[in-house]
Design a protein around this ligand. Structure first.
Ligand SMILES: Cc1cc2nc3c(=O)[nH]c(=O)nc-3n(C[C@H](O)[C@H](O)[C@H](O)COP(=O)(O)OP(=O)(O)OC[C@H]3O[C@@H](n4cnc5c(N)ncnc54)[C@H](O)[C@@H]3O)c2cc1C
Length: 465
């Protein structure tokens, strides 16, 4: 970097800190020259290496508003960061201010109304811990250190989706800071268009400081876990799960997961180090009824390892956390499917045999149930009616992501002929346009709302507008 560029950088960063304080920002400000900058800019995905103008840690909605006002006054773009789980790193941009809202992580549960107020920076684990104290749950995702913020704004698919819908289907209202610094509430009666866009349209419309959900009675015990099949039984097991899911009760959610068996218990020695098929399962209804439903699969296809048993809902929510540690390198792509055909299964299994790293994996989860009870255009989430979602996840641990990303792209292309149009916005890799995530009609409405609420395009994570 030239001397002139270095002096411009230090001038603009110190101006930024002054502008933040002038607007009343009280939280921590970390700029490039300061100790702690590398830690502050680190993303969950170790493959994302961006250099923001500053990372500012907001402590309350006023701080969020002050940060937005300062960024605007200084003409610097900004992103909002909650759980930092965006695989493509949408919450961190080179040269932008990252407004970190992890400090807004309170969770208030009203057991009488089942209304849960969740801070915009809370993690799923924080929401689940608080709601389960009252036997309640809001549908979340599958890794408990994911942010409620990003997951909800994209839609939210997880263990309860077939029984209780996407995360957004339980959203009653939000409190947000708008691009002009105003704090407003959006719901079916206030700022309806904004509320529509925030349910599936991604995060670029406003900073959500509180999500207000209506929770459901769940647990505390559910039936969950996984059954593992050796690779030679994988085609039959995959087809058996597909057949079971065609008419399965909504309480049952399954994800067929292709993994490399680790060299440890409970995997038997003969499958360790090789590919296996795991049927990750959650039943959120009556436990005895769930056992009967799962038995149908057990009797059709005998697993090598059977770990399905009653377990606390919070244990299910954290069951896969160890597969996604902070700092490892990841790359992902996904497909929606109208049908899980035999040909698709064959192509996917063959493609998994070529996975370039032992931590790469593929998940196929069946949708339907409560998701389809909401009208397709009622929220910005545009993929009601999909039969299943397949998620291809390349992971290279501490090594460069290149070969694992190449493997994901190759398998994604080979399986594309079996897929529907469109992609889940929360699985959109950085090389692709957000336009691909939305069907005609939904896209135009999103753009119109974006222009109305953020005419200068200052929310700069997704690229809508
Ligand atoms: C290991 C792993 C497992 C996952 N599992 C699931 C799953 O089971 N189901 C599922 O649906 N998705 C899943 N995802 C995808 C996940 O939902 C998205 O990556 C989501 O965007 C993460 O949200 P975050 O808040 O953690 O991330 P961040 O990177 O902090 O934010 C992601 C995006 O949302 C915006 N955003 C976040 N919070 C706010 C807010 N309060 N106000 C305004 N904008 C905000 C950010 O600006 C950014 O654009 C998973 C991702 C990972 C990495």
């Amino acid at each position: 970097m030239s001397e002139t560029a270095t002096s411009q950088l230090s001038e603009s960063t110190s101006r930024l800190a002054a502008a933040l304080r002038a607007q009343g920002f009280v939280g921590r400000v970390v700029e490039p020259a300061q100790d702690g900058y590398d830690g502050a800019r680190a993303c969950w995905n170790g493959a994302v290496d961006r250099r923001p103008a500053a990372v500012v840690f907001a402590s309350d909605p006023d701080d969020v508003a002050a940060a937005i006002s300062a960024a605007r006054a200084e003409n610097v773009p900004f992103t909002v960061r909650a759980g930092s789980h965006s695989v493509s790193g949408r919450s961190m941009r080179d040269g932008a201010i990252c407004i970190d809202i992890r400090g807004l992580n309170s969770v208030e549960v009203d057991p009488a109304t089942a209304i849960v107020r969740v801070g915009g920076g809370a993690l799923l684990s924080e929401m689940d811990a608080a709601t389960q104290q009252h036997g309640l749950a809001v549908p979340g995702g599958q890794i408990s250190h994911t942010g409620v913020g990003g997951l909800t704004l994209g839609g939210g698919v997880g263990w309860l989706m077939r029984n209780h819908g996407l995360t957004i289907d339980s959203l009653e209202a939000v409190e947000v800071v708008l691009a002009d610094g105003r704090k407003v509430r959006a719901s079916e009666t206030d700022h309806q268009d904004l509320f529509w866009a925030l349910r599936g349209g991604g995060g670029d419309f406003a900073a959500v400081t509180t999500f207000e959900f209506r929770a459901h009675a769940v647990g505390p015990m559910i039936l969950g876990g996984m059954m593992v099949y050796p690779w030679d039984a994988a085609p039959a097991a995959f087809r058996a799960v597909r057949d079971l899911m065609e008419g399965a009760p909504a309480e049952l959610t399954t994800f067929v997961t292709l993994i490399t068996a680790p060299p440890a218990e409970p995997f038997p020695p003969e499958v360790q180090g090789g590919p296996v098929l795991a049927v990750a399962t959650a039943w959120s209804g009556d436990l005895a009824e769930g056992e009967r439903v799962v038995d149908a699969l057990r009797s059709k296809c005998r697993p090598a390892v059977d770990l399905i048993a009653p377990m606390p809902y919070v244990a299910l929510q954290g069951m896969l956390d160890h597969t996604a540690p902070h700092g490892w390198s990841f790359y992902d792509r996904a497909h929606y499917l109208t049908k899980v055909s035999d040909e698709f299964i064959e192509t996917l299994l063959k493609g998994f045999e070529e996975a370039s790293t032992p931590h790469s994996h593929v998940m196929t989860g069946w949708m339907g149930g409560a998701i389809d009870k909401v009208e397709p255009g009622a929220t910005a989430f545009g993929h009601r009616g999909a039969n299943a979602l397949t998620w291809l996840i390349g992971c290279s641990g501490d090594e460069p992501i290149g070969p694992a990303a190449d493997w994901v792209r190759g398998l994604w292309e080979r399986t594309a002929p079996f897929a529907d149009e469109g992609v889940y916005v929360n699985a959109l890799d950085s090389g692709r346009s957000v336009r691909e995530a939305y069907a005609d009609g939904i896209w135009e409405r999103l753009v119109e709302i974006k222009h109305r609420y953020d005419p200068d395009g200052v929310f700069a994570g997704n690229g809508i507008g």
